[in-house]
Design a protein. Sequence first.
Length: 219
Amino acid sequence: MAEALVLTGRGHLLGWSLRELADRLGVTVSVITHHVGSKDRLLRAVVEEALSGLRPPPEDLEWDAWFRAMLLEIRAPLRRYPGTAKWVLLHGPTFPSIMPMIDTGVGALERAGFGDAVGLAFATLFNNAVMTLAVADDRLTDEGDGPRDHGSAMRDLLATGAGRAGMAVLESTLMRMFAPGTPEAHETYYRFVVDTTIAGLTAVRDAGQVRNTSGASKP
């Protein structure tokens, strides 16, 4: 598993083959499949190992502080191992080690008065944040691939919008955040996504747009 994590960290979860892993381990592919199973099972094990160190924030935090802490903590391993964010979005964080995190988060939303919308709120918070990581990871698989790579796309966009006020604003803010080698800028965007999602859910709840389990609007 350690070698599979190394390969993922150096490139992308989907960027290495069983043959490459077998060569690094000095074994045949059949040895890996005998002990682990299919490539899909191995990828699941890699993602689970990557997230194995996560622990829930303290239960006594308010729901917004709890989710802000959790989503900032989960960013580190998902960024460290590109491709794991997309895997989690597609398959869900369905690992035994993650269950305490889900239980605590759901409890925080229930106490905060999200009623029947607890599941929707949890999914919105998690998906909005992790999607930003998945998109950034996917750009790694396209780099150097002619017009599909991020650098080429940005150059084309800048050329098309040259001299336009709107493009000048985007170039100086948003586009800079997604340029290669700007992890601090990407973290700023990630925090903005988390903060605005929390603010939006707060507004929905406070406007009485969620319902409690008895069917009455929640004030």
